[in-house]
Design a protein around this ligand. Structure first.
Ligand code: NZQ
Ligand code: ZN
Length: 392
């Protein structure tokens, strides 16, 4: 195990009706006027908006509003939110929604106190040093931004979907997780969320670091829980118990408690970000296409680790004479699971075209340190191209 620092200062309020505490929590973490950030309207339909605004009013916290954040959030809403924060004198950013809303809130919080362009943090021109406090009321178990130190935004000019450098300063001060609000999720979003969570764990699980048993076991437990709970939530969207398992698993999958002490990979996420930049697909759906293809491509690098994944997560029998067969069976079961949830398996199923593969690979190269990426196996342009072709 490698040395590490783990600092995760977020307060989590988990369970039914916990959103009633939002006003009190906003005040506790220094907010006297909030900017409330929301998406395309789901929170108005499922009652979350009414409950949260009632709590703010009860606590005497005035708020301005920024609505209409779209999935795969764009820079335009960030600029709008920064201007609104300044005009309204908001000293707290409250995200009510999923990863897209939370990431927009985080980017606004970074940019509000900075004289330059918020994108400077993404290019590395400026480093994140002072941010407004961010609070979260989560409505989808997926991206894990409610506990993470990262934020992903698409710069409209150039269509660049990039993550900012990781910083503990952008971890939310509090996150309210009421599984009840995730019951209104359409099946596709539930499945995309479950896929993203498994991907967050796999990005950590597939490591070259030796002797990381405790985090291996945590990763496996989380994956098994998601594999058990997601079909229940899909079968019965109002299954509170299954929604609760998914919601907490999604947080644990990405606040890095299962990633410490090991070198992590993140190649599949980098590849997927080009897919969602080009085709505006759901991030989890893009991962459902990319991740199994990446697994097949890198399998020869460490057959034993893929065999462990197969046996411990997918209940495969170990073939000691032919461990590569066990490893392949694990990937096949992973693929079958994704399919059973209604996730796409090929580029064409998310509307992607093989002729765009060179453009997506070239687009990646525009990013600072664009290639190689990934740590389990270093991915160069020829590897990225080959992985896309495996996903055709
Ligand atoms: O906009 P509304 O109307 O709210 O609808 C949303 C949206 O269409 C809907 N939704 C959310 N909660 C709902 C609901 N519909 C009904 N009932 C509810 N309770 O779901 C759709 C997707 O929402 P979004 O916020 O985009 O989902 P997700 O949480 O998957 O976030 C995806 C974004 O997060 C980024 C992704 O790249 C993508 O841009 N990521 C952020 C990370 C981070 N900051 O740590 C890590 C991840 O790897 C990921 O890259
Ligand atoms: Zn993700």
């Amino acid at each position: 195990m490698e040395n590490f620092t783990f600092y995760s200062p977020t307060l989590f309020a988990f369970g039914d009706r916990e959103e009633r505490r939002v006003g009190e929590l906003t005040r506790r973490f220094g907010g006297t006027k909030a900017l409330l950030v929301t998406g395309g309207g789901s929170v108005k339909r499922n009652g979350a908006y009414d409950a949260v605004t009632a709590s703010l009013k009860e606590a005497g916290i005035p708020f301005a509003e920024l609505s209409g954040v779209q999935a795969n959030p764009r820079s335009g809403k960030v600029y709008e939110g920064i201007a609104l924060c300044r005009a309204e004198g908001a000293d707290f950013v409250l995200a009510l929604g999923g990863g897209s809303v939370i990431d927009t809130a985080k980017a606004i919080a970074m940019g509000a106190g900075y004289d330059g362009d918020f994108w400077d943090f993404f290019t590395g021109k400026a480093s994140i040093s002072s941010v407004l406090p961010v609070g979260v009321v989560l409505t989808i178990a997926a991206a894990g931004s409610e506990g993470s130190d990262s934020c992903v935004i698409t710069l409209e000019e150039g269509n660049l979907k990039w993550g900012c450098p990781k910083s503990d300063l952008i971890r939310p001060r509090f996150s309210v997780l009421n599984p009840r609000y995730t019951c209104s999720l359409p099946p596709y979003q539930t499945a995309s969320g479950a896929t993203d969570m498994i991907a967050h764990i796999c990005e950590r699980y597939f490591t070259n670091t030796a002797d990381v048993e405790v985090t291996d076991r945590l990763c496996e437990a989380l994956m098994k829980t998601i594999v058990s709970a997601a079909p229940k939530a899909l079968e019965n969207p109002g299954d509170y118990a299954a929604r609760a398992e998914l919601m907490w698993a999604g947080m644990l999958a990405h606040n890095n408690s299962c990633g410490v002490g090991r070198v992590q990979d993140w190649a599949s996420h980098q590849i997927e970000h080009e897919l969602s930049a080009f085709y505006d697909c759901a991030h989890g759906a893009g991962l459902a296409v990319v991740m199994p293809a990446w697994m097949e491509y890198v399998l020869p690098h460490n057959v034993a680790r893929f065999a462990q994944f197969a046996v411990r997560v997918w209940d495969c029998d170990m073939d000691f004479a032919h461990p590569e067969l066990t490893a392949k069976e694990g990937i096949a079961r992973f693929r079958a699971f994704l399919k059973s949830m209604g996730m796409p398996a090929t580029l064409s199923e998310i509307g992607a075209k093989a002729e765009d593969i060179p453009a997506m690979t070239a687009h990646r190269a525009e990013k600072p340190n664009g290639f190689p990426f990934g740590n389990f196996v270093k991915i160069n342009p020829k590897d990225m191209t080959a992985i896309f072709h495996l996903a055709e």
